[in-house]
Design a protein around this ligand. Structure first.
Ligand code: ADP
Length: 544
């Protein structure tokens, strides 16, 4: 801990909340720059998912239909009306979530877009309105959601790990499908720990498979004993996580190059993300939210006597979270590679800036764990249930490392391991690479009009049907609309999402009859081909 600042460079920097620290030139930071907090805000996540749903509707049907308010209120009203007209038996419920909110803050349910609260409040606070999943899987008649920890170990090349176990957070009132009468009952509909802890029905348990917070593996055990196909469930969850990260990486890359320009000394980054997932009755996992700064607390508050609180250990949190932090450090261990090369044991330095924000969400006390030995006992039943994610075996003649005495890794690599199945989805990544190429001056995240014109010219996209004047109009129209949505006023110019919209427009214009993802792929290949030819020419002529 460096409560008064830090002088020496470190191998690993562990920040409490965000990436920012101006003088890191090497090592690894546990947060991605700038945008990760932005990227997983409710509106930004919804936008990224919408882009992927436009391209690959079937592959991305694990995210509930969502509208961004206030700008999409008319669209929301119109689409719901059309759906109701075409299916009069459809009696939907919607959940309204304020942007930037967390822990259930400001969330409410409505039955109809005309609900007064919706029209009244959205002008003051942007929000996402989402189709409510009415038929969740219940355990003990209660709704619950799953918090899974995911390690984004590297962006380029993409490396993703998923923790073998997670948390299940339970409601504290028996679930009923939403009706006008029960819409307001948060203990029935919202699974947030921070809300349900205030219910008199909340049960703190010392066991990981009872109470209002349990391990996900204990739920899997129960499902398996009821004959459910938990291997299929795990593979659906893995696919949900990979697809979601594929949706988020393009924007992350734009911020990464702006904060850490390639070729200049800088750290590499990794980040632990919290995925909130709801299981439907038919066991289909649905993504609710991605949390950039998931709570790593392993204690909870207990009221000993009225008004007197004490922090007591929470065995369920400890079981899951200590393993996640421990294995993240094992995976990013800077000495590991050196050890492998030299077969020599070196001691590393670890800097921990956990106190920087005063926030409880990255509780440093998680590291010096008093109860670690418990973790060496992984219940056999859960191990076998989770074997869709195979356990890592030590290499037979690997030198004995300090890890030898530790339990097997709880974090399992899923990417690049399953890259082959998912690479075709990474189209927006390639569009982002084009965007970054034309950003010009390093340090920006928005494309100016000259950059956009150069992109069009270098990729040979203008012709007699699409003049440079039309290019300028396209740039101005789209950029003005995105900037009026008021997401990021710091810089002027075209943001990545606006560029993606312009790119889709150009693709539709050029390759009329194909499905959208084929149009976009064709245009990407067309652009990449022209740019490769240009690079070759420049190389030959020595333009550098
Ligand atoms: P927050 O960041 O405020 O926790 P979430 O998006 O996680 O916001 O929503 C809070 C809770 O509301 C979730 O934990 C879940 O129980 C419930 N919830 C959210 N979205 C849906 C949905 N589309 N269908 C059903 N329940 C939902």
């Amino acid at each position: 801990q460096f409560p008064f600042g830090r002088r020496l460079p470190c191998d690993i920097y562990w920040h409490g909340v965000s990436f920012h620290d101006n003088n890191i030139f090497s090592g690894q930071v546990n947060k991605f720059p700038g945008s990760m907090m932005e990227t997983v805000r409710k509106i930004t996540l919804s936008r990224a998912m919408r882009t992927m749903q436009d391209l690959f509707p079937l592959e991305y049907n694990f995210y509930p239909r969502s509208w961004i308010l206030p700008e999409e209120l008319p669209l929301f009203v119109a689409e719901v009306r059309v759906m109701k007209d075409s299916d009069p038996s459809w009696k939907p419920t919607f959940i309204v979530k304020p942007d930037g909110g967390c822990q259930g803050d400001g969330i409410y349910l409505i039955k109809d877009p005309s609900d007064i609260r919706l029209t009244g409040s959205i002008q003051s606070r942007p929000a996402v309105v989402q189709e409510y999943i009415c038929k969740p899987l219940l355990v003990d008649k209660l709704k619950f959601d799953i918090r899974l920890y995911v390690l984004l170990k590297s962006l380029e090349p993409l490396e993703i790990y998923i923790a073998k176990d997670g948390l299940s957070r339970f409601c504290t009132e028996p679930y009923q499908e939403p009706t006008l009468k029960n819409l307001h009952q948060v203990f029935m509909h919202l699974t947030n720990y921070s809300l349900n802890i205030h219910s008199e029905n909340f049960i703190h348990s010392d066991s990981v498979n009872t109470g209002s917070k349990r391990t996900f593996s204990s739920i899997l055990c129960r499902l398996s004993s009821r004959g459910a196909d938990v291997k299929k469930l795990w593979s659906d969850i893995i696919s949900l996580v990979i697809k979601t990260i594929i949706a988020l990486t393009p924007e992350l890359k734009v911020y990464y190059q702006s904060d850490i320009p390639s070729g200049k000394p800088g750290p590499t980054c990794f980040q632990i993300l919290g995925f909130d997932i709801l299981l439907m009755k038919n066991l289909k996992p649905m993504l609710l939210e991605v949390n950039a700064n998931p709570s790593m607390r392993i204690e909870h508050e207990q009221e000993l006597s009225p008004g007197v609180f004490e922090n007591v250990p929470s065995p369920v949190d400890e079981e899951v979270k200590v393993a996640v932090i421990r294995d993240t450090l094992r995976l990013v261990d800077p000495q590991k590679k050196k050890r492998k090369d030299a077969h020599v044991l070196l001691q590393g330095k670890v800097g921990w800036n956990g106190m920087s924000s005063g926030s409880s969400s990255a509780d440093p006390s998680v590291i010096p764990c008093r109860r670690c030995p418990r973790l060496e006992h992984v219940p056999e039943s859960s191990e076998s249930l989770l074997d869709a994610v195979p356990a890592e075996r030590p290499e037979p003649d690997a030198p004995r490392s300090p890890e030898a005495g530790l339990p097997s890794l709880c974090l399992k690599q899923v990417f690049p391991k399953y890259a082959k199945q998912f690479n075709y989805l990474r189209l927006v990544d390639r569009v982002a690479a084009l965007f970054i190429r034309f950003l010009g001056v390093k340090g920006t995240t928005k494309l100016g009009p000259t950059g956009f014109r150069t992109f069009i010219r270098n990729c040979k996209l203008s012709n007699s049907n699409f003049s440079m004047a039309a290019v300028d109009i396209l740039y101005i129209d789209i950029t003005r609309r995105w900037n009026s949505m008021g997401i990021d006023h710091k810089e002027s110019g075209m943001c990545l999402q606006a560029f993606v919209e312009a790119f889709f427009c150009l693709a539709q214009k050029k390759y009329k009859s194909l499905p959208l993802h084929e149009q976009v792929l064709s245009l990407i290949e067309f652009c990449e081909c022209h740019l490769a030819a240009l690079d070759e020419k420049r190389l030959l002529w020595g333009w550098g």
